[in-house]
Each structure stands twice: as structure tokens, then as C-alpha cells.
Design a protein around this ligand. Sequence first.
Ligand code: DGL
Length: 264
Amino acid sequence: MNNRPIGIFDSGVGGLTVLKEVAELLPAENILYLGDTARVPYGVRSPETVIRYSFECAEFLLRQNIKLLVVACNTVSAISLHKIREAVSIPVIGVIEPGAAAAVNATKNKRIGIIGTEATIKSSSYVKAIKALDKDVEVSGLPCPLFVPLVEEGWTEGTIARLIAERYLKDIMDREVDTIVLGCTHYPLLKGVIQGVMNDVRLVDSAIETAKAVKNALSEKRMNREAGAASERKFYVTDSTEKFVSVGERFLQQKIKDIEKIEL
Ligand code: DGL
């Protein structure tokens, strides 16, 4: 059981920010990653479509005999995490609950901003998760759809990124939040720009918080692989492998070697 891999999926390449943190925290674990690159982005789609796509991703990874499933995509976590949890028998970790808990711990003035895709913000999942922990916290959600193509293009610093960030974040600055949750897989790559625009705000990186939640879940269930064991990473995509490798290596800051194109 303990030697079985962890499965991580996302709508595309963005979930590699989560894989990176999980791999850093749990170096002995074998990891399978699925990016549904043929159908990205999910963040602009209806809940019905996101649910259907996410079940196909989860089912594929379950067929690979994983021991724990990580839903790295904020949009999927916001819309269908509870449905996936109900449907499968292994532990399922999403990105919303860990990010929400870290934000509640971080805020001093009880005003938190959430930035994410349109679907994530519309679902109010972060708002519900935060309110469940502390009902007095005021939560402001803001969709920042241009951040995803910006990051995929590699424009994570410089004038264009700064201007777009300033334009988006103005609304949230007016609400005097002291903490912002980076509620989308791509946004950790814009940390520098976002922090530059909002100097005094604490940024919560859902990827780091999710990796901690994965570690806790494995320890709790005594499912860790033996420390020091050599580990493997395998990548699956639903569209061309070349594009995923070139963008993905930037996300991961590592070489992507074992990769296969599959049909869902
Ligand atoms: N992975 C998505 C998320 O975290 C961003 C890209 C998309 O819209 O599919 O919400």
C-alpha cells in the first residue's frame, strides 16, 4: 500500500506548482501527475462541465492504483471536490481548505482577499471554507482571468505583468485586506509582481499549504513510503507533450522526462 503513488491532477500545467511543493516535502513518494491539457482552461467553464472533466481525470488516476488523490486545480477543488470525495474510497486532498485555514491564521484585521478564476470566485468555496473557520472574517473575492495566460506565456515579471496586476488588485486594495489567497495554480508564479503591488499584504500560497495537508494525511494514515527511498515521477497529458514539457519545466524548475499522452 505505502509504495503506491500519489496521484495529482489539474486542468493543465498549473498544478505542477502543487507537485513541486509535494515533491519537496515528501521526496520519497512516487507521484503521478495528470494535466488535462486538451481541455484547459477549466476556470471559464460551467460547473457541470468541470464536474464531468474532473471525474474523468480522477478515474484515470484511480485506475493507476494511487493511494491518495490531490486535486491541484482550484477550480475543480471549488466545484467538485466534495463529489469526488463521496465517490472514491482513498483520501482526497483539495487546495481550498488548506489555503483557507492558512489565511485565517495569517490575517490580523480579519479581512481576506481571494484571487482566482471566474469559476472559483463564483462558487464562493473559499468564502464558505473561511467562514466555517471564523464567521467574523470579511472575505472579498476577485477573478483575475488574465493571470493564467500571462503565466503560461512566461510573462511573470516586467511592465505588462505589473500593469495587469495593478489594474486587478486595485479593487481588492480598496477593501483593506491584509491577506490574499493565491487561489489558482498559476498565481504562485506571480508572487513577486503581486507582492510588489501590495507591499504590506501577506500572500497565502495554496500549493505550499496543500503539500502540508498531503504530508499530514499520509502520516495520519501511516501511508508514507520509507524515508530515503528512490522515487519516480510520471506525467500524463491529454494534448501534445512538447508544449507541456516546455512550459512545465518552467513551473517545476526541473526536467520533465517520463511523459505520456493519453485519452480520457
Ligand atoms: N488550474 C486552474 C485553477 O487553479 C487554472 C487554469 C484553468 O482555468 O484551468 O483554477
